[in-house]
Design a protein around this ligand. Structure first.
Ligand SMILES: Nc1nc2c(ncn2[C@@H]2O[C@H](COP(=O)(O)OP(=O)(O)OP(=O)(O)O)[C@@H](O)[C@H]2O)c(=O)[nH]1
Ligand SMILES: [Mg+2]
Length: 326
C-alpha cells in the first residue's frame, strides 16, 4: 500500500498528499510503521524546497501575509505549501477558522496546498508531525513550504528546528513592547518584517522598525556574516512583500554559499531523531504495566515526601532496564 501511496504522492496527487499527511499524523502503531516506510521511500525526493517559518504573536498578520506572499509566489511559477503549528488551535477553535478564511484564495489555487494544524497533542507532537508533513510536501513537488507558527516561545524553538529561515512578523506596536517580544524569539529570527505598515498605523510601524533595528544590532549574530534585515510590509496594500521574499532568498543563498545550509539541515534531522526517541521511549515507558504499577507507588511516596523525585526516578529506570534485559 505504501509503495503505491508513495508513487501517488510523488506524482503530485493532492488527495494522496492529504492522505499521507493524515497517516503521519496518526498515533496508531500500525499507522506509525506504515508512515515510517512511506517517509523512507520518499526521502530521496525531499530537500528541494525553501523552508520558511512565519512566526509572530497572535493577530500579527501571519495568515494575511502568507496569502499575499503565496499568491505572488504562484504567479512567479512556484508551487507553495502552507502548514501550521498551532497547539492552541483545538482549544480556541479560532485559528483554524481564521486560517481558512484568511487564506481562501490560496486554498483554492491548484498549485497551492494549505493544511491546517493537526488538532490536539502536545507541542512537540504537533511539531514532529509538521516536520513529516513538510517532507511529504517536498516529495509532492512543492518548492516553497511556509510554516505558520504562533510566537509563543516554545513553538518558536520547534519551528527553528524545521526550517531554513525564520521570518518574524512584528506588529506596529512592537516598539513599545520590545520587552514583550522575548529575547529568545528575536535571537532566532533571520528576517524581521513589521506588518501593517500602512494607513494610520504607518508612523508607529516606522518607529517599531527603527527600534527593532537597534535591538537586532545588540544581539549576537545567529549566522556569521548575516545581519538581520528589518523591513516594513503591508499585506493589505501589497507593499514590501517582494522585498521580504528577496531577503529570505538572500539568506538561503548566503547559507548555501559555504555549505552551511546542508549542515543546518543535517543537524536538524539529528535533532528530530532524538525528539522522536524521546517521545517514543517515554511512551513505551509509561505504557509498560510493570513500570506503571511501580510508578504509582513511587508517585505516592514522592507526593508524601518520603522519597526524593530523583531517587524514585532512578529506581523506576533501573526496573525498566532489568525488565528489558534478556
Ligand atoms: N492594516 C493592516 N491590517 C492587517 C494587515 N495584515 C493583517 N491585518 C489585520 O490583522 C488582523 C490579524 O490578521 P491575521 O492574518 O489573521 O493574523 P495572524 O497572525 O495569522 O493571527 P493568528 O493566526 O490568529 O495568530 C486581521 O484583522 C487582518 O485584517 C496589513 O497589512 N495591514
Ligand atoms: Mg493565522
Amino acid at each position: 500500500m505504501s509503495a503505491s501511496l508513495a508513487d501517488r504522492v510523488s506524482s503530485g496527487d493532492r488527495r494522496a498528499l492529504a492522505q499521507a499527511i493524515t497517516l503521519v499524523e496518526s498515533t496508531r502503531d500500525d499507522h506509525r510503521e506504515e508512515a515510517a516506510e512511506l517517509l523512507d521511500a520518499l526521502l530521496p525526493r525531499t530537500g528541494r524546497s525553501l523552508r520558511v517559518a512565519v512566526t509572530g504573536s497572535p493577530g500579527a498578520g501571519k495568515s494575511t501575509f502568507i496569502e499575499a506572499l503565496g499568491l505572488r509566489l504562484l504567479g512567479a511559477g512556484h508551487r507553495v505549501a502552507v502548514l501550521a503549528i498551532d497547539p492552541s488551535s483545538q482549544r480556541s477553535g479560532g485559528s483554524i477558522l481564521g486560517d481558512k478564511t484568511r487564506m481562501e484564495d490560496l486554498t483554492r489555487r491548484p498549485d497551492a496546498y494549505v493544511r491546517p494544524s493537526p488538532s490536539g497533542g502536545t507541542l512537540g507532537g504537533v511539531a514532529r508531525r509538521t516536520r513529516d508533513a513538510l517532507l511529504l510536501c517536498e516529495a509532492a513537488g512543492y518548492d516553497v513550504v511556509l510554516v505558520e507558527t504562533v510566537g509563543v516561545g516554545q513553538s518558536e524553538t520547534a519551528a527553528a528546528d524545521l526550517v531554513d529561515c525564520m521570518l518574524l512578523l512584528a506588529t506596529p506596536g512592537a516598539g513599545d513592547e520590545l520587552q514583550g517580544i522575548k529575547r529568545g524569539i528575536m535571537e532566532l529570527a533571520d528576517v524581521i518584517a513589521v506588518t501593517k505598515s500602512d494607513g494610520d498605523l504607518l508612523p508607529s510601524a516606522q518607529r517599531a522598525a527603527s527600534d527593532l533595528r537597534h535591538a537586532v544590532h545588540l544581539l549576537r549574530p545567529k549566522h556569521p556574516g548575516w545581519s538581520v534585515p528589518v523591513l516594513p510590509v503591508s499585506a493589505v496594500a501589497g507593499i514590501g512583500v517582494d522585498e521580504v521574499w528577496q531577503a529570505v532568498e538572500a539568506l538561503r543563498d548566503h547559507l548555501r554559499a559555504d555549505g552551511r545550509l546542508d549542515e543546518l539541515r543535517s543537524g536538524q534531522a539529528v535533532t528530530w531523531l532524538w525528539n522522536e526517541i524521546q517521545s517514543d521511549a517515554l511512551r513505551a515507558f509509561r505504557e509498560d504495566e510493570v513500570i506503571a504499577a511501580r510508578a504509582r507507588e513511587e508517585e505516592t511516596a514522592v507526593r508524601a515526601g518520603t522519597t526524593s523525585s530523583s531517587a524514585a526516578a532512578r529506581r523506576l529506570i533501573r526496573l525498566h532496564r532489568s525488565a528489558a534485559a534478556p
